[in-house]
Design a protein. Sequence first.
Length: 93
Amino acid sequence: MSEAALDIRLVPEENVKDVQISVGKNTKRVTIGIEKSTTPYEKYEGPYEVTPQFYYGTVLETADKVAKRNITVSEIPVQSVSNPAGGQTVTIG
């Protein structure tokens, strides 16, 4: 039976080092080693709640950054009202 490797990467808060977890074959104990990260991650400082615009896109600058919580993208607003012709007028966005 070959030894399987488990690679878990955690993105730490500011000033915390990376965590590595190693599990060997037939080992009933987990060793956790800490080493300095060579790739620092910036904190995400953008909006956490976004409503998309109908006519243009929105880019959330999240690449290579760490967010504190989930980012919520709301639905595009849709309104419907009666019109004089007896139908409905729908406004999107």
